[in-house]
Design a protein around this ligand. Structure first.
Ligand code: C2E
Ligand code: MG
Ligand code: MG
Length: 312
């Protein structure tokens, strides 16, 4: 009783130009089809040698990443978040991969790959345990414990064992649960909403806080802001950049701050690069600020010195 719209993606390989071997011909057509799907679906794509290079590069990266996970070569850096009077409130943990063969690989390159291959589960656990262990060693600032924010990926949120892993990371490190915040993105909420709500509720029951990262860039329904057990909204960098120009540039940050505060949420601005941006956001009621203006992400070993400089 429903009309169905069916689209297709086509990969094309050409005999005998691409190869004389029938099996290889099918395999490279498959490679071309995946490329057609990846570049927006509903298209056709011819197999080319460049495409083969892309597939091979990916394969090399995936293998190198597997080695890095097994040898514990991924590291975590920490970027401070400060309040309106520039007092440090906590840090966001960001993963780094310094690969022997490939140099410094940015998360933008390897996190999407790790999501596809499932390697993100191991990476996510390593980052979570490392962040909790590191944060448990931070000093109190004016009698207040610092918090650490850890990014979660969609794959992790689908794992039924996630709340138990979070509980274990807290128990092993001794970090108080209220000092841990987990960051999710809007697109992660939208998949299976009921499941997401259940998982987030069991994580919240541990006393851990939940933040929505890159807020305003995904596809989310505002009604979920009421239903989800979240504590924090992080305004995406793209809205923060140049917001001090006022007018249209300030409209979205302003609306997010207003919306968030009406829902009793804590608001963090990411990617703050200038004092002017920070000031205008602070006037609007933004609670916390993160960005190069205060500090780039730093190694765990540099945090103590940074805190000394920031609090003296
Ligand atoms: P994110 O969670 O939104 O992190 C903020 C990103 O903005 C970080 O990039 C940070 O270095 C960068 N940044 C901070 N302040 C500024 C600024 O003032 N200007 C500019 N231009 N950039 C700024 P990074 O470390 O490259 O991470 C990129 C993304 O990769 C993160 O975005 C997050 O989505 C993902 N990611 C990083 N670590 C992890 C992790 O451990 N697990 C998962 N699942 N994702 C991670
Ligand atoms: Mg984040
Ligand atoms: Mg973000």
């Amino acid at each position: 009783g429903h009309a169905l719209r069916i689209n297709c993606s086509i990969g094309v390989s050409v005999y005998p130009d691409d190869t004389h071997d029938v099996d290889v011909l099918l395999r490279v057509a498959d490679v071309a089809m995946y490329h057609a799907k990846k570049t927006g679906k509903g298209q056709y794509h011819f197999y080319t040698r460049d495409l083969n290079q892309i597939v091979q590069d990916r394969f090399v990266l995936e293998n190198a990443l597997q080695g890095a996970i097994e040898r514990n070569e991924l590291t975590v850096v920490y970027q401070p978040k400060v309040d309106a009077s520039s007092r440090v409130q906590g840090f966001e943990a960001l993963v780094r991969w310094n690969s022997a063969g490939q140099g410094l690989v940015t998360p933008d390159r390897f996190i999407p790959l790790a999501e596809e291959t499932g390697q993100i589960l191991a990476i996510g656990e390593q980052v979570l345990y490392a962040a909790c262990r590191t944060a448990a060693s931070w000093p109190l600032i004016d009698g207040q414990a610092l918090s650490v924010a850890v990014n979660l990926s969609a794959r992790q949120l689908k794992e039924p064992g996630l709340p138990a892993v979070v509980a274990d990371a807290l128990a092993v490190s001794g970090l108080p649960p209220e000092c841990l915040e987990l960051e999710i993105t809007e697109s992660m909420i939208m998949g299976d909403v009921e499941h997401t709500i259940r998982v987030l509720k069991s994580i919240k029951a541990l006393g851990v806080r939940i933040a929505v990262d890159d807020f305003g860039t995904g596809y989310s329904s505002l009604s979920y802001l009421q239903r989800l057990p979240i504590d924090t909204l992080k305004i995406d960098r793209s809205f923060v950049s140049g917001c001090d120009r006022g007018g249209k540039a300030m409209a979205i940050p302003h609306a997010i701050i207003f919306l968030g505060r009406s829902l009793n949420l804590h608001i963090v601005a990411e990617g703050v690069e200038t004092t002017a941006e920070k000031d205008v956001l602070a006037v609007c009621g933004c609670n916390e600020f993160q960005g190069y203006l205060f500090s780039r992400p730093m190694q765990a070993a540099a945090v103590a010195d940074y805190l000394e400089g920031a609090t003296s």
